[in-house]
Design a binder for this molecule. Structure first.
Ligand code: CXF
Ligand code: ZN
Length: 366
């Protein structure tokens, strides 16, 4: 099959022929119909991360159709439409049983089915293994994925929209609904309104927030944030953003979401929340960002700071919910798909994401 392979860090994505195995145990073979370009994949392709072995097939924001299932898969059958998610959960540990699969300490449970032991990797080329990014490897015609990493979605949901549910939507909307538990009437600020930030804005609108302040350094993005539900916008390039937010909300917001993830933006988030407010760090910027906190101020202002991964969500619970919100017109996923590209255009697709008019780029032709 054709797959976009990363051979060397920073070397880009090259379409090559890659072998894909048959499903064993709880694996599902799916035909990939849409794969979103998430920044995390670009960071991995450029800088690598930890023990990621090259060559690798990345692509973790994916939707497609089930082609075949391993003998122990009970929840899917051929023809089902599914969405992939990078959350790797075992289903039996205290975190999973408590509805926190994103905190499962056994991600390897989705990679080491008994039938997969031995020399047969899921992906290979010329007899050598090819790494499958995040257990998904969706920048390819097909993906062989553990069933736990898939969720069924309604067939009438377009594939490009469905793909976004697996990462950008789960992260942005989930951070607001699960992570911060924003309630109707509360005030919200979102710092950085690219693809994930727009979903946080949309999530705040779904929650019924009374004020949703979008902050960014690009006016184009701020304009679009208004279309997704922002009630106010601040261009933080040329103003003291925290002071502006405090001023327009009479003392600060109840929840500030840092979608950028630098020390400077988390500091802004802290400075724009009101007494008792919450700072939710959602973005992960390259490098080791560090922040100095005044503990007396933290205590006296009764603030909380929390990091959120994948919208603190449960993919099997949340993806169908967000799909339903989309189908009922409460989440504009179509509006997030700015550009559709072919598998060999991933490098130019990532370059296009620097354009403030582009929210999400999705591979739809394989
Ligand atoms: C990522 C964010 C950084 C930690 C791993 C998951 N989310 C999506 O791309
Ligand atoms: Zn992602």
């Amino acid at each position: 099959m054709r797959a976009a392979v990363v051979q060397t860090p920073g070397g880009g994505f090259t379409v090559q022929d890659v072998d894909i195995d048959r499903p064993v145990d709880r694996e599902v073979l799916m035909e990939v119909r849409a794969a979103g370009l998430c920044h995390t994949d670009l960071t991995l392709a450029t800088h690598g991360l930890g023990r990621l072995r090259l060559p690798v097939v990345l692509g973790h924001e994916i939707a497609g159709v089930v082609v075949a299932t391993g003998p122990h898969v009970t929840e899917f059958t051929a023809g089902d439409h599914v969405v992939g998610c990078l959350v790797q959960w075992c289903g039996g540990c205290p975190a999973c049983l408590d509805g926190r699969p994103h905190q499962c300490p056994h991600p390897e449970a989705t990679l080491r089915d008994p039938g997969r032991h031995g020399p047969r990797p899921r992906l290979g080329r010329a007899g050598r293994p090819v790494t499958q990014g995040m257990g998904l490897g969706g920048f390819a015609q097909r993906a062989l994925v553990h069933a736990n990493q898939l969720t069924a979605v309604p067939r009438r949901l377009p594939f490009a929209c469905a793909a976004l549910l697996g990462c950008g939507v789960l992260t942005g909307v989930g951070s607001v609904l699960n992570g911060a538990r924003v309630r109707a009437g509360e005030t919200v600020a979102v710092i950085g309104v690219g693809g994930v930030g727009l979903n946080a804005v949309a999530g705040a609108a779904v929650a019924g927030a009374s004020r949703i302040v979008a902050l960014d350094v690009q006016d184009g993005r701020l304009r679009r944030a208004r279309e997704f539900g922002a009630t106010d916008v601040v261009n933080s390039a040329d103003t003291d953003a925290a002071a502006a937010v405090r001023e327009m909300t009479g003392g600060g917001v109840r929840h500030a979401f840092d979608i950028v993830g630098t020390a400077a933006t988390t500091r802004q988030a802290l400075d724009m929340t009101a007494l008792g407010g919450g700072v939710h760090v959602v973005g992960l910027a390259p490098g080791d960002g560090e922040l100095t906190l005044s503990l007396p101020r933290l205590l006296l202002q009764q603030k909380r700071v929390q990091g959120l991964i994948m919208g603190a969500g449960d993919p099997r619970r949340d993806i169908p919910r967000y799909a339903d919100l989309c189908l009922r017109g409460h989440l504009n996923l179509d509006g997030l798909v700015s550009r559709r590209i072919a598998l060999h255009e991933i490098d130019t697709g990532y370059a296009a994401l620097r354009d403030p008019e582009v929210a999400r780029v999705v591979v739809t032709s394989f």
